[in-house]
Design a binder for this molecule. Structure first.
Ligand SMILES: Cc1ccc(CCc2c3nc[nH]c3cc3c(=O)[nH]c(N)nc23)cc1
Ligand SMILES: [Zn+2]
Length: 379
């Protein structure tokens, strides 16, 4: 089940509420990325304290480990990982592609060797739906082919051509129809989202959109971005595609992005975001603050008694100094990853809260101007 209501708009930007089987979430919203049933370095309680309302699970990884027999015994992912709020799962195709593992794509699906134990595996639209039904995620992503921006063949970088992008987009469209049929056959009570492909070509994005809109799905994602394309191309395709997605249904931009990208995405009409940046960058010492990013390993923080971000209310900023975090990072202490992840996720979720408040107050344009000025100030 899915219900989406828009309360306020500002240009293309919308403030909404999304009701799913495991609860209600506010949009626009950021969704922390979990992989093996955990968002690395933070507990479910920590996620709730940071304000996370929905998290991402990874069909591909969970299928391999712990395996469907384990998840099935727990009645789905929620009870297994101790998260009782909504979960979105990706379909697995992107993960196989991004693994770069030896894989063979056909009309039927994707054949590849398990990176865990070498087993021969075959992922199809139907199998992806069957796996996500066992996971019982609130939002199920269609099985698609994420059209690459470029591929390296024999050391040569080859930019995906219009005809290659068209063929890939049309395959994903046929797979979307197969997902819808299998989802219905399984009587899955959750929400199936289509994924718009079409590479860097507006007319292919429109063809993908039209084909998916005809399936009348409860929500739509923009795929095939944040795959190594230049930032200008990502913004061009985002601004072209987002306003053309059905206005009364949730819009999810996959894999994006920096704080600036989130603000640009909300302004273009996106409701849901995911990105590994806040969690992955945290572990690498790349921390986000209101006045810009900082790399805590830098010697200039050795004696800095200030918190990461004086305007941040997270547990890390309330208790610890930059000097201490600098020290933990330099020592490779596991506490560093935990404290840094808590801060970065809190920063991303707070940014979404601030944008929702600005949309509720009718001050979104002023918010964007202030956000950009602050981020340019420097830490
Ligand atoms: C757990 C989890 C991790 C990651 C994702 C999103 C992964 C992701 C992309 N990430 C960056 N660009 C992306 C494009 C696509 C895409 O076109 N299709 C799909 N299915 N996923 C994408 C979803 C869930
Ligand atoms: Zn903080």
């Amino acid at each position: 089940m899915l219900q989406f209501t828009v309360h306020h708009t500002s240009g293309q930007a919308r403030r909404g509420t999304l009701t799913l089987n495991h609860g209600v979430i506010d949009t626009p919203q950021f969704m922390p990325v979990g992989t093996y049933g955990t968002v690395k370095g933070i507990t479910p309680e920590g996620l709730k304290a940071a304000g996370a309302q929905i998290i991402l699970g990874n069909t591909f990884h969970l299928w391999l480990r712990p395996g469907l027999d384990v998840v099935r015994q727990f009645g789905g992912l929620h009870r297994f990982i101790g998260w009782d709020a909504p979960i979105l799962t990706d379909s697995g195709g992107f993960q196989v592609w991004s693994l770069g593992a030896m894989r063979k794509i056909s009309e039927e699906g994707v054949k590849f060797a398990s990176p865990v134990n070498g087993d021969k595996l075959f992922l199809t639209p139907e199998v992806s739906m069957q796996i996500q039904t066992v996971l019982n995620s609130d939002i199920v992503m269609q099985f698609d082919e994420c059209t690459p921006y470029d591929v390296t063949r024999g050391g040569q970088k080859h930019i995906t051509t219009e005809s290659e992008a068209r063929a890939s987009m049309e395959l994903s469209l046929r797979w979307a129809a197969r997902c819808k049929a299998e989802f219905a056959r399984l009587e899955n009570p959750n929400a199936l989202f289509g994924i718009v492909q079409g590479g860097m070509f507006e007319h292919l994005r429109d063809a993908s959109l039209d084909g998916l809109a005809a399936l009348d799905l409860p929500g739509y994602a923009i795929g095939g971005l944040s795959v190594g394309e230049p930032k200008d191309d990502m913004l061009r395709l985002l601004r072209h595609t987002a306003p053309r997605l059905p206005a009364n249904k949730p819009r999810y931009l996959m894999g994006v992005g920096t704080p600036e990208d989130l603000v640009a995405g909300v302004a273009a009409g996106i409701d849901l975001f995911d990105c590994v940046m806040p969690t992955r960058n945290a572990r690498n010492g790349h921390l986000f603050t209101r006045y810009g990013d900082l790399r805590i390993r830098n010697a200039r923080f050795k004696l800095d008694e200030r918190p990461l971000d004086e305007t941040c209310t997270c547990p890390t900023c309330r208790q610890f100094s930059r000097a201490y975090l600098h020290h933990l990072d330099r020592c490779g202490e596991m506490l560093f990853g935990m404290l840094a992840t808590t801060h970065n996720l809190h920063y991303y979720l707070q940014l979404m809260r601030d944008m929702r408040a600005a949309l509720d107050a009718g001050t979104f344009d002023a918010f964007v101007t202030q956000f950009r000025a602050d981020r340019a100030r420097g830490v």
